[in-house]
Design a protein around this ligand. Structure first.
Ligand code: ATP
Ligand code: MG
Length: 335
């Protein structure tokens, strides 16, 4: 198959906040995906998605399929830009479509959808100006995060607050720096879990990954903050969480968590691949934080491959599964 690999290459920009480039992909990830595709006999062409002549580049590629990992660059719905262009050009692509990619990037909207489907998600309130009166039903500790970011951008230790003064300080900072609404959420103490799905007609749930921050205590971080993600594995800073895959759960809880991830994947209308982030409360309620329809695919560091490896897959198998899923969907649609 002729495959165009669409991505936004990570490049530093000193005029932007220090976490600006975190969601984009490294040459290592792009090279690994291209290598995996080639090893399965596909022809690969690279399409950098921030180029001004993107439409022409896709047209010229004459690809049978676009392997889409492009995060997009501009605005609150940036992840749906490339799929929208591809829909317009009539070129099929891997993974979720425009609507799901846009919805998943809006954490508050995703949570409204989850609530409507009776999927547990932490109680929340959206701050637009930072001058709103706090909903008296929300119980401290609270966490406050940018509503339209990923890769834990803008999420650090000081985002978990115990009182109104710190909450409003952080709210105004986030609204100012990220130029978007801030999501205020109850902070759920408990296990950090993430659940990978590879869908091929049916949803195959990978072994659940549990991330334990006990071993990273000396870093001063206690959850999956930006620093923890960005410098994961850095011994000097002590940013060394412990991964358990499969997660240490009894079989009933494991089923509950997996079912919750499948329901989330369906509620948001995702396709092909997703990773749902969950906090399991002390009384065993799997609170969904968010769903990632474009989870990181770095072969060494990203959470999604770790789960697929635990299922016995190799990196090439993951990439081929994502491609096959898109191909089969297209075939089913076209009869
Ligand atoms: N309500 C919450 N309760 C407890 N921890 C939370 C909560 N919200 C966020 N966190 C912590 O912050 C991390 C990042 O939050 P979240 O997953 O919402 O952000 P993100 O930027 O979309 O992440 P990703 O890197 O997965 O795209 C979570 O993995 C978790 O450790
Ligand atoms: Mg997350």
């Amino acid at each position: 198959m002729k495959v165009a690999l669409a991505y936004n290459l990570k490049k530093e920009d000193n005029t932007k906040p220090e976490d600006y480039a975190s969601e984009f992909d490294s040459e290592e990830t792009i090279g690994a995906i291209a290598g995996a595709l080639r090893s399965r006999g596909h022809n690969v062409e690279y399409v950098e998605a921030s180029q001004p002549n993107l439409l022409e580049a896709f047209k010229k590629s004459r690809a049978d399929m676009v392997f889409n990992i492009a995060e997009g660059e501009k605005g609150k719905y940036r992840e749906s830009e490339i799929p929208a262009i591809l829909d317009f050009l009539g070129i099929p692509y891997t993974g979720s479509g425009t609507l799901s990619l846009a919805v998943a990037l809006n954490k508050a909207l995703t949570k409204k959808i989850l609530k409507a489907d009776n999927i547990p998600t932490p109680a929340f309130q959206l701050f637009t100006t930072g001058k709103e009166v706090l909903d008296p039903q929300l119980k401290f500790p609270l966490i406050i995060k940018p509503n339209f970011e990923g890769s834990a951008k803008g999420i650090n230790r000081s985002n978990v607050v115990e009182n109104q003064k710190d909450l409003y300080l952080k709210a105004r900072e986030l609204i100012d720096v990220y130029q978007q609404e801030a999501l205020v959420e109850e902070f759920i103490e408990g296990k950090e879990l993430t659940v990978g799905i590879l869908e091929n007609g049916t949803c195959n749930v990978l072994p659940i990954l549990e991330i334990d921050f006990e071993s990273a205590k000396k870093s001063g971080e206690f959850f999956y903050s930006w620093r923890m993600k960005e410098f994961q594995g850095d011994d000097v800073q002590g940013l060394t969480p412990t991964f358990h895959c499969p997660a240490r759960l009894d079989s009933q809880t494991e089923k509950l968590v997996k079912d919750t991830a499948v329901k989330t994947h369906r509620a948001v209308g995702c396709y092909g691949i997703s990773r749902t982030d969950i906090r399991l409360s002390k009384n065993n309620i799997p609170y969904v934080l968010e769903i990632n329809p474009l989870p990181g695919l770095n072969p060494k560091e990203s959470n999604f491959p770790i789960m697929a490896y635990a299922a016995g897959m190799k990196y090439d198998d993951i990439i081929e599964a994502i491609l096959t899923s898109a191909y089969q969907k297209r075939k089913a649609e076209n009869g």
